[in-house]
Design a protein around this ligand. Structure first.
Ligand code: PLP
Length: 404
């Protein structure tokens, strides 16, 4: 019996399996592709499971945590992150959330508007502390032609770069906040190394220009990410053999003090670090034919792997046959009472029958936490964390009772 079949039999399906060895490999790969003495933030959004976050934190050159809610803060703390190593981001931080973070010891925020900085400042001052605020920048122009683009157009994220010279004076002398750097996150899941490198180059040029124009003392320069990984389809992580040298050259040019930590340069990644560590196992509940078309009905759909389906971005998943080649066309659908519960429409599939198990590869990022978990009232999928052949933990995201 295969390892996955064994786990499916032991724990049932739908079942996520995450392998910590693969998480560790991804971290090493990414750190090796980045210049030394730079920092890497793990965006818990990709997978907030504390065991995965802990794996990314631990070890010699571990990740810091990029968080965006009280829940992610709790997950980061559960994973052993020091609150001082967390960067709190997001365009809609409430005073209550900021208060929770400051009380826990978070001192570094990425801010997206004047209101946001003032709110952080006020809450921090209320706690008798001063918070470091990075200004998130919505740059004027954008380079890479592909991937998920976040800047260069009207956005809830960041300050419009052209407005910063007039806005910055409003933010300089707030008692509870210190403007201590810049944050860029222009791109997610870049298509290739060349476009990623070009994006970083442009970001660095813009950052240098802003520093000059604003006479800003930048302690931390977070230039984002865009490191790629497959999502529910076969394949491997992006490969960046030249990136490090190119980044070093670009940094030497724009920020000659970076090797001595002036500024400290940081990167961010979610999917690269966890995507390939995850495999989703689903059971086939039924196979039916309707007007000549075949439907394979699984015991999990967009409720367990709904990643961004609401955004119309769901890519058809691939399932790996237990043996043999694809033999028929069919739609792969979930059990929910909505025609939208489709994981793949008219795709090539192995011959499947009720009781079979299918595996969806590369589902370690944007899995359960990005799914329509509560829709139709099915339990969240079990998540099994393994290290090689050892089972480390078994858990599921659950409701928390907040009132008696
Ligand atoms: C979502 C997000 C990330 C992670 O993106 P990936 O594509 O998963 O690497 C990093 N930083 C910020 C600010 C984000 O919003």
């Amino acid at each position: 019996m295969s390892r996955y079949a064994e786990l499916a039999e032991r724990f049932g399906t739908p079942l996520y399996v995450y392998d910590l060895q693969e998480v560790a490999t991804a971290r090493t790969e990414l750190l090796d592709a980045l210049p030394e003495r730079t920092e890497l933030y793990y965006a818990l959004k990709a997978n907030p499971h504390p065991d995965l976050a802990r794996e990314l934190r631990a070890g010699g050159r571990g990740c810091r945590a990029e968080i965006s809610s009280s829940g992610e803060l709790a997950a980061a703390l559960a994973a052993g992150f020091d609150a001082a190593d967390c960067l709190y981001t997001g365009p809609g931080k409430t005073a209550a959330e900021i208060g929770t973070a400051v009380a826990a010891g978070v001192r570094r925020f990425s801010t997206d508007s004047v209101t946001d900085v003032r709110r952080v400042a006020e809450v921090a001052a209320g706690h008798g502390v001063r918070a470091d605020c990075l200004l998130r920048v919505n740059a004027v122009d954008a380079a890479a032609p592909t991937g998920i683009r976040m800047t260069g157009r009207p956005s809830q994220f960041g300050f419009d770069a052209e407005e910063l010279p007039s806005i910055l004076p409003l933010l300089r002398d707030l008692p509870g906040a210190r403007i201590s750097g810049l944050h860029f996150f222009p791109l997610s899941n870049a298509s290739d190394e060349a476009s990623l490198t070009e994006e970083f180059r442009q970001t660095l040029a813009q950052a240098a220009e802003l520093r000059r124009e604003l006479a800003l003392d930048i302690e931390l320069l977070d230039i984002g990410g865009g490191f790629a990984a497959p999502y529910g389809i076969p394949g491997g992580r992006g490969s960046y053999p030249k990136l490090r040298a190119e980044l070093e050259a670009a940094l030497d040019l724009s920020f000659p003090g970076w090797r001595d930590g002036a500024p400290t340069v940081a990167f961010e990644s979610g999917r690269f670090l966890t995507a390939c560590a995850g495999t989703l196992l689903l059971g086939v509940s039924n196979v039916k034919t309707s007007r000549g078309r075949k439907f394979v009905i699984l015991d999990g759909g967009i409720n367990v792997f709904g990643g961004l389906s609401g955004l119309g971005r769901l890519l058809p998943v691939a399932v790996e046959p237990a043996d043999g080649d694809p033999v028929e066309r069919a739609s792969l659908v979930g059990p929910l009472c909505t025609p939208g519960d489709v994981l793949g429409r008219e795709i090539e599939l192995p011959a499947l029958a009720p009781g079979d198990i299918v595996t969806v590869p590369n589902t370690g990022a944007y899995g359960p936490s990005a799914s329509l978990l509560a829709f139709l009232g099915r339990p969240a999928p079990l998540e099994v964390v393994v290290r090689g052949s050892d089972v480390v933990s078994v858990s599921r995201i659950d409701y928390q009772r907040v009132h008696q």
